[in-house]
Design a protein around this ligand. Structure first.
Ligand code: NCD
Length: 308
């Protein structure tokens, strides 16, 4: 199948326009449940089947896609690498062809290889939603982060966002940089030199780099902490005990930040490694709002991808 005939999925943020993103965020707001109420199950995707294919571990992303599909009335099944033929040595293309032959309406996939969903979308006549590919992108995470910021701040334009931690291995950072830069956000990336590639300053306009945590947070409206991706560090890039001392977000940093700064983290958080419990559990933390918004955003994405 040629690229032009490939059904539209959601592979990355980089190739979306600002207005594509605005449409998804507006629709996501309609899927947010009113305060104190639970979600209603809708009929929008009744009779459609979504396959969740996770080659890498995940709790919130996989559950969130599953709940989102169910709330839209779709049938959803989740396959994880450990319990499937992938662990018997089947190749990625064969696994996907097998699933494709069962004619699901969409495949949501996470894979440790950057570009895996892009590669497969060229061969499979099924829309693919990227739920994280290697160190490349995690588009729905950036969308839910944008929704969470607009919920608290009313806008993205003109804000200053500090993204702190293991920038080198973070698909969350890359997707956020692509998204936020389309909205005129000032972005400062901060981390130890070994985890802060200089090329990151060039992937989008308006990106600054610093190795100084206090400088990064001083004028920030949003502090986005990242998990140290130990599974992707093939050599010890930074000793773990020193990491928290230099790049862990603690209460004392909050005194140097703006009083209304919001703190985010995509999860899973490692308490005492990149963020202290006092900060993670404070009023300024939007970590659980991010998780909650993940469902509304993924509903909007699945609806868009599966719309007839
Ligand atoms: C992120 C991921 O897997 O990319 N987690 C998530 O989806 N919420 C970030 C991480 O694992 O560090």
């Amino acid at each position: 199948m040629s690229a032009e005939m490939t059904p539209k999925g959601l592979l990355d943020i980089e190739s979306l326009t600002r207005s594509d993103i605005e449409v998804i965020l507006e629709r996501s707001k309609e899927f947010q449940p009113p305060r104190g109420e639970t979600f209603r199950r809708l009929d929008i995707l009744r009779g459609r089947t979504v396959v969740n294919l996770f080659f890498e571990s995940s709790t919130r992303t996989r559950t969130s896609f599953e709940i989102a599909a169910k709330r839209l009335g779709a049938d959803v099944l989740s396959i994880t690498a450990a319990g499937s033929s992938i662990s018997k040595g089947e190749s990625l293309v064969d696994t996907l062809n097998t699933l494709g032959a069962m004619r699901p309406d969409a495949i949501v996939m996470r894979h440790s290889a950057s570009g895996a969903p892009h590669f497969l979308s060229r061969y499979l006549p099924v829309p693919i939603v990227n739920a994280g590919d290697g160190t490349h992108e995690h588009p729905t995470q950036a969308l839910l982060d944008a929704l969470t910021i607009t919920d608290r701040r009313g806008r993205l334009e003109g804000l200053r966002v500090a993204i702190i931690g293991d920038i080198a291995h973070s698909r969350v950072a890359r997707s956020n940089v692509f998204l936020l830069s389309k909205f005129g956000v000032q972005i400062v990336l901060c981390g130890p030199a070994s985890l802060l590639p200089r090329e990151m300053a060039k992937i989008a306009p308006g990106v600054e780099l610093t190795g100084d945590m206090v400088e990064a947070i001083r004028d920030a409206d949003v502090i986005m902490m990242l998990r140290v991706q130990l599974e992707r560090q093939y050599e010890a890039a930074f000793p773990a005990n020193e990491y928290f001392q230099f790049f862990g977000l603690r209460l004392e940093h909050m005194e140097q930040a703006k009083p209304d700064v919001m703190v985010m983290h995509p999860g899973p958080i490692n308490r005492g490694r990149e963020i202290s419990s006092e900060v993670a559990d404070s009023q300024r933390s939007a970590i659980l709002n991010q998780v909650e918004n993940g469902i509304a955003v993924r509903m909007a994405v699945l609806e868009r991808v599966l719309a007839r």
